[in-house]
Design a protein around this ligand. Sequence first.
Ligand code: FPP
Length: 239
Amino acid sequence: MDTTGIENLPRHVGVIMDGNGRWAKQQGLGRSAGHRAGTERLRGIIRTSSDLGVEVLSIFAFSTENWKRPQGEVDVLMGLLREFFSEELDALDENRVRIRILGALEDVSQGVRRILREAMERTAANTGLQLNIAFNYGSRSEAVRAARLLAAEVQAGRMTVDGIDEAALMQRLYTHDQPDVDFVIRTSGEMRLSNFLLLQCAYAEFYFTDTLWPDFSDEEYKQALLAYAARDRRYGGVK
Ligand code: FPP
């Protein structure tokens, strides 16, 4: 499908990559194989987003709740993250992708933190696709962090209580200088947000598909973007 010239492309796409475990089961494989296949698909979706001219792609890689999974599975996910950056960082950088991690890095292991910081620092000046990786991320923790930042500023006398408005709050989120999420895709038939970018999704459009993440092709991604382009967004107003 040729999508050059898709009009009304979302500026900011959020993706909840769900269904790796079920995909693996269907194939008679272990859950790690599902996460590996899911990571491969992620590489493709990043490339396609970049080629199409999406400005910001936010992906949910690991939630604050995912620590509850069996330790073996957590280790597999951390391993895949390391592998992803060691294999992909050069190519992402060459492709001018700028990486930002959304999430509390102070709580993750030193090794993983070093890799994530390096990825952000190395790509900070890039001007292509903004790739947000939500890692150890949860919207409510992000809101608590923002509230604490604001409170500290009031306490230090740099801000007044009345000076706290929507813009001031949004400026203290990890996504502070980026447009709101326009379009959220969630695979595997689940229809919920799971604490993903709740404030940034205030006016987002949603696309739910039964396709399991490792099967979510570039073709289906483009179909989803076309479906978005046909939506009528009113932001609470009338047309
Ligand atoms: C959901 O599938 C997927 C996850 C919890 C992890 C998503 C992570 C990756 C695809 C790879 C790691 C990220 C990077 C940046 C390399 P599930 O396990 O909940 O599937 P199920 O609901 O079918 O069990």
